[in-house]
Write a protein that binds this ligand. Structure first.
Ligand SMILES: CC(=O)SCCNC(=O)CCNC(=O)[C@H](O)C(C)(C)COP(=O)(O)OP(=O)(O)OC[C@H]1O[C@@H](n2cnc3c(N)ncnc32)[C@H](O)[C@@H]1OP(=O)(O)O
Ligand SMILES: CC(C)C(=O)C(=O)O
Length: 540
């Protein structure tokens, strides 16, 4: 490992947020003044040190947005406990017009920064700057920095594509930039090409070169998924500022993600020795706001802010975190402003999590009831990706509260048919009293009709009159194509009506179970009536 510099160790790392500039450069994102202002206000509450509001020469709208941010967020602190507002920065090429526009836009801020950049790698010089020589590039950079210094004493310089720039030339232009008055030297890994080990060494060299008076910043792109690793390595080697974007948005694969760097610094302060001033509890809100206004969704498994970042689905993990969340969590959801630890019930869940969830929902079930409900839950979880509280309610209502000693249980149901061939159903019904099995097949107008017909035939020897389905109602318990169907039926037997209810991801199965539940009820009540009729009280 390369030598680690001790420069500025312990001082908070400055967070330069470029969500509104580089972040907005992601394809398909275009934020208007109001939207930029709303995000900037949240960045203010988050307590970032610098907000790069835009690239004012780009358009009147971008100019107006940066100016509006400078006038409001840049005028007074929004973050609790902060004694000054964030620095408001604007990007500019080494063009007089760009620099003037940037200066006018950040002018109203208490602290305004002009960020000038120029490409230094051979390929960029060739393609972007008409084959400019190293001398010409140095001269342009110096001129741009000096011009920017006429407007503010806070000037940042970025040699674009620094990580593909010849080492000696990079050192030369950094020296020239500092000499010309740059107060921050930013080393951009413009195309996400750097590898942490090398990048750290480069940053260490630059930190030693410029001395403690000049801030050294890094701006890492994520083309190889290394933006955060490179930024952290730079911090380890003395970088005093990292450039980031909320949710990691930005050109191509994006920028270094704000939330990941901030939480890495906070969580591993033990080895990094530096933190940021960011108020981490505002992270969740910032992430949601940026996602909503940019239309860029946050991937489920995104570190820190993804929907699954604090969710546990598998039984062994759930068992662990229910006792002590540290078993499988290195940060707390509350610390980043998200909903607390989530137990997600699914096919990998175990009894501990299942029982804990039922308890939390207020159920007080016996061991036997819990066991039955758990068996149904596992059956359901095999068919349905996530079992929600609403699913559980329906399942418990169906399996536990509606449970009565069953006369018949549905063992198997097969249905065939469609718009051309007539629907046909085969059922296998088990009679509880003697465990006998009864298989029947029937056709019907539809699959539900066929299934009920087959059940009717299977139970005929025990159910007196022909049971008739008189009412049928189906409702979706949850949303989505794997939603539970909640079926309630009324069945008429001997002029009496009986209600049955069942849930399943398959509506035909739910209907068959509901039909059978109604028949079971009819037999139970019939038995009760028979018992009452035989009661000695009634005997004269
Ligand atoms: C790595 C980064 O993220 S850099 C920032 C990238 N962001 C953007 O480009 C978004 C906003 N950009 C824009 O709206 C436009 O590109 C503008 C307004 C900046 C310029 O538009 P145009 O004048 O039409 O030029 P165009 O974009 O086609 O080409 C870029 C020009 O800037 C020049 N240029 C590029 N970088 C720099 C620089 N740092 N300093 C000076 N000139 C530069 C190029 O040489 C080219 O000049 P040319 O017209 O003489 O060939
Ligand atoms: C302007 C610079 C810092 C940039 O955005 C990049 O190089 O990616």
């Amino acid at each position: 490992m390369s030598e680690q510099t001790t420069h500025a160790t312990g001082a908070p790392v400055r967070i330069f947020d470029t969500t509104l500039r580089d972040g907005e450069q992601a394809p398909g994102i275009s934020l208007d003044v109001k939207e930029k202002l709303e995000i900037a206000e949240q960045l203010g509450r988050l307590g970032v040190d610098i907000i790069e509001g835009g690239f004012p020469i780009t358009s009147q709208g971008d100019f107006d947005a940066v100016k509006a941010i400078a006038e409001t967020v840049g005028a007074q602190p929004l973050a609790q406990g902060a004694d000054q507002p964030p620095v408001i920065a604007a990007l500019a090429r080494c063009h007089p017009d760009d620099i003037k526009r940037a200066a006018d836009a950040v002018g109203p801020a208490q602290h305004g920064r002009i960020h000038v950049f120029l490409s230094t790698s051979e390929i960029h010089r060739h393609v972007l700057h008409h084959g400019a020589s190293e001398d010409e590039i140095v001269a342009q950079a110096v001129e741009g920095i000096q011009r920017a210094r006429e407007f503010t004493d806070d000037v940042e310089f970025s040699p674009q594509d620094a990580t593909r720039t010849d080492d000696e030339f990079l050192k030369r232009i950094v020296d020239a930039a500092v000499e010309a008055g740059a107060t921050t030297v930013n080393i951009p890994d413009t195309v996400g090409y750097a590898i942490p080990h090398d990048f750290g060494a480069t940053i260490g060299d630059i930190v030693r070169r410029v001395g403690p008076e000049v801030a050294v910043s890094v701006h890492c792109h994520n083309d190889l998924g290394l933006a955060v690793a490179n930024s952290i390595e730079a911090v380890r080697h003395g970088a005093t500022q990292v450039e980031v974007a909320v949710n990691g948005i930005g050109e191509r694969a994006g920028n270094c993600s704000l939330e990941e760097v901030v939480m890495a610094l906070a969580t591993r302060e033990d080895v990094l020795g530096r933190r940021s001033r960011v108020r981490t509890r505002e992270i969740g809100r910032a992430s949601r706001l940026v996602s909503t206004l940019t239309g860029y969704p946050v991937q489920f498994n995104k570190a820190v802010v993804g929907k699954n970042a604090f969710a546990h689905e598998s039984g062994i993990h759930q068992h662990g975190v229910l006792q002590d969340r540290l078993t499988y969590e290195i940060m707390s959801a509350e610390d980043v402003g998200l909903e607390g630890r989530q137990i997600v019930l699914g096919k990998h869940s175990g009894r501990h999590a299942f029982s804990a969830q039922l308890e939390e929902m207020g159920y007080d079930l016996t061991a036997e009831e819990t066991k039955r409900a758990f068996e149904r839950f596992k059956e359901l979880a095999d068919k349905k990706v996530e079992v929600t509280d609403a699913d559980l309610e329906a399942l418990v209502a169906d399996e536990v509260f509606a449970y009565t000693e069953e006369a018949f249980e549905l063992d198997r149901l097969e249905v065939t048919g469609g718009t051309v061939s007539q629907p046909e159903a085969t059922v296998v019904v088990r009679r509880t009293a003697d465990a006998s099995i009864h298989e029947e097949t029937a056709t019907g107008d539809g699959m539900v009709d066929a299934a009920c017909g087959a059940i009717r035939q299977a139970v005929r020897p025990w159910v007196g009159a022909t049971p008739t389905l008189v009412n049928f109602n189906v409702a979706a318990v949850t949303k989505g194509i794997d939603a539970l169907g909640d079926v309630t039926v009324q069945v008429e037997v001997d002029d009496q009506r009986y209600t049955g209810r069942a849930v399943s991801t398959d509506v035909v199965e739910a209907s068959a179970r509901a039909f059978l539940a109604a028949l079971n009820k009819s037999m139970r009540l019939q038995r009760a009536r028979d018992d009452a009729a035989r009661s000695p009280m009634d005997t004269p």
